[in-house]
Design a protein around this ligand. Structure first.
Ligand code: ADP
Ligand code: MG
Length: 621
């Protein structure tokens, strides 16, 4: 085309496309839900703008916010059209090729090491999945602020963008035309597409239509010298032969006959009633799982670990649905400190407002997926105004409470976790297997978030501490909780003992542990660098203080000989203290914390533990 401008794909994008186009991946179906998901996002955006400016929707067809799927069997084209926000020329160039998102290379790496292509949407590169099934793709788009443009590429490292002077005007929105490869012929079957929409896009919030064919029978006047050269016509007349005798009279009078005709019409494929407006009793587990997939763009094999569906009444009314994903996203902690993106979607009276509303959940809970639909927040104000709204504080508070409840319940329902097996017969049920190890799974994926929560959220510190898990000198490789630790404390033991270090193996050899182990005390092992920070915030739990066994202040049971020993070694300790004064040693004391080692260096109560020194050093170096 004469007016086409050519561009090269950014290098990472090009690599990604190469992988996709050459992929032997069998589940190519995923491209459709990625396109529908993009269409839905674009529709959300224009609907949001229309809240403050009705004009943006335009009139007639463009004002109907829907998604349309059309097939052209002869030309082997599958097209998906939306009446969303559309893309300007600049958007087309940037969004579809020249600017790589952070997920691009992460996804390429993932796929190269055998990762599942199914997760493409989570990495923010879902669009390119079209090249699993097409070798040539056109994106026709019209944004309110620009003319209509066509983006096109054969995935050969380059794409072209031209002003559209030949297609029918879209009004507003985007049409993606996939020129399907020969082996992707199944995507020209209506039944296949209907099945896929049902499977993956059932919970999209906008109507999805397919241009569907339908056989209808119509009565037409009989043509006097009709020749039946058409196969269907022949069948028809044979069928009618039998009826002819009976209907002979009527037939003669009316001189009509029935013919089958193929007509096309838009057929609605989804039910757009929002799942969160339904009563939790009526929603099945499968529906929640499917909804989670659509919402989180997480189409992995696993079910979410838990969900909570509730509504709040009173001054601030809202409905919410929260999910604990089965796996942490690839960049959860990478982006923890520089992004404030919560994964909750905010709706106001069913209208999607934003998914970048960090006022809804604290950072440490940003691993949760879900949505909030508020009846209290105003609809027709800017995002900035909404962010200031007083009811957000109440919503946030309730969401945190519910989220922590939901996590606590994972542990309570996990048969591996129940710590009172002796008191209560643990009932064995069919789904025990499914629940087995669920909390361990949760802990392995999101444990760090709970720790960050203890550091950041003073109000909920105790609730969060209940969710902590760790290994101890007695836990035999298993995870245990503070409640379990306390239930095993020796009579007379006042403090909760812990020790920090780089690994369990290292800690097990620690001289600080000798005496405690000999005396049968249990000591918590903290081996994650974040634990050092954690323990600066977690001072006590259930009226018990935490005592680092490598620090001053360790009190074991009183020994009657203590005083005597102190007296008899007074001269030695005094001399020693003097001798070491230059070496940053504050004091030399007789101690009952050792069993076999003759002496040990202890950190003062308020000083950094040696592990903390190590962490700080590694950070400054
Ligand atoms: P993601 O949807 O995660 O952002 P995609 O690769 O699916 O990643 O899409 C890339 C970008 O292209 C989108 O963020 C959006 O800006 C743009 N885009 C894709 N499809 C459409 C569409 N139908 N309408 C408007 N913009 C779109
Ligand atoms: Mg997408």
């Amino acid at each position: 085309r004469s007016n086409a401008e050519k561009f090269e794909f950014q290098a990472e994008v090009s690599r990604l496309m190469d992988i996709l186009i050459n992929s032997l991946y069998s589940n190519k179906d995923i491209f459709l839900r990625e396109l529908i998901s993009n269409a839905s996002d674009a529709l959300d955006k224009i609907r949001f703008l229309s809240l403050t400016d009705k004009e943006v929707l335009g009139e007639g067809e463009s004002a109907k916010l829907d998604i349309q799927i059309k097939l052209d069997k002869d030309k082997k084209i599958l097209s998906i059209r939306d009446k969303g926000i559309g893309m300007t020329k600049e958007d087309l160039i940037k969004n579809l090729g020249t600017i790589a998102k952070s997920g691009t290379s992460a996804f390429v790496e993932k796929v190269k090491t055998g990762g599942d292509l199914n997760l493409i949407g989570q990495f923010g590169v879902g669009f390119y999945s079209v090249y699993l099934v097409a070798d040539y793709v056109e994106v026709i788009s019209k944004h309110n602020d620009d003319k209509q443009y066509v983006w096109e590429s054969k995935a050969d490292g380059a794409f072209a963008v031209s002003e559209d002077t030949w297609n029918e005007p879209l009004g507003r929105g985007t049409e993606i035309r996939l020129h399907l490869r020969d082996e992707a012929g199944e995507y020209l079957e209506e039944s296949k597409l209907k099945e896929l929409v049902k499977k993956y896009s059932e919970f999209i919030n906008f109507p999805i239509y397919i241009w569907a064919s339908k056989e209808v029978e119509t009565e037409v006047p009989v043509d006097e010298d009709e020749s039946s050269d058409d196969a269907t016509d022949k069948e028809e007349s044979e069928d009618e032969d039998a009826e002819k005798d009976e209907d002979a009279e009527a037939e003669e009078k009316e001189k009509t006959k029935k013919v089958k005709e193929t007509v096309y019409e838009w057929e609605l494929l989804n039910d757009v009633k929002a799942i969160w407006l339904r009563s939790p009793k009526e929603v099945t587990e499968e529906e929640y799982t499917k909804f989670y997939h659509t919402l989180a763009k997480d189409f992995g094999e696993d079910k979410p670990l838990a969900w909570s569906h509730f509504s709040a009444e009173g001054d601030v009314e809202f409905k919410a649905l929260l999910f604990v994903p089965p796996k942490a996203p690839h960049d959860l902690y990478e982006s923890y400190y520089n992004s404030n993106k919560s994964n909750l979607k905010l709706f106001v009276r069913r209208v999607f407002i934003s998914d970048e509303f960090d006022e809804l959940l604290p950072k440490y809970l940003s691993f949760l997926k879900g949505l909030v639909d508020s009846d209290t927040l105003p609809l027709n104000v800017s995002r900035e105004m909404l962010q200031q709204h007083s009811s957000l504080k109440t919503i946030k508070k309730k969401l945190i409470r519910k989220a922590l409840d939901m996590i606590r319940k994972i542990a309570e329902e996990d048969p591996d976790e129940s710590n009172d097996k002796d008191e209560k017969e643990v009932e064995k049920s069919d789904d025990d297997n499914e629940k087995k190890g669920k909390y361990t799974k949760f802990w392995n994926e999101f444990g760090k978030s709970i720790k960050l929560g203890i550091i950041e959220d003073a109000t909920n510190r105790n609730r969060l501490a209940k969710l902590l898990r760790f290994e101890t000198s007695k836990s035999d490789g298993k995870l245990t909780s503070l409640d379990q630790y306390i239930s095993r404390m020796k009579s007379g033991q006042k403090d909760i003992f812990y020790i920090t270090g780089t690994s369990k193996e290292q800690l097990e050899k620690s001289p600080f542990l000798e005496r405690l182990t000999k005396k049968n005390y249990e000591v918590i092992f903290f081996t994650d660098p974040v634990d050092e920070y954690l323990m600066q915030y977690l001072m006590d739990y259930e009226d018990k203080k935490f005592q680092n066994v490598s620090k001053e202040g360790l009190k074991l049971g009183k020994d009657s000989k203590d005083k005597e020993l102190k007296e008899s070694f007074k001269d030695l300790t005094k001399w020693w203290k003097g001798a070491l004064a230059k070496e940053n040693v504050d004091d030399v004391k007789i101690s009952n914390r050792l069993a076999d080692s003759p002496c040990v260096v202890v950190t003062s109560k308020y000083g950094w533990s040696s592990n903390m020194e190590r962490i700080m050093q590694s950070q400054t170096l």
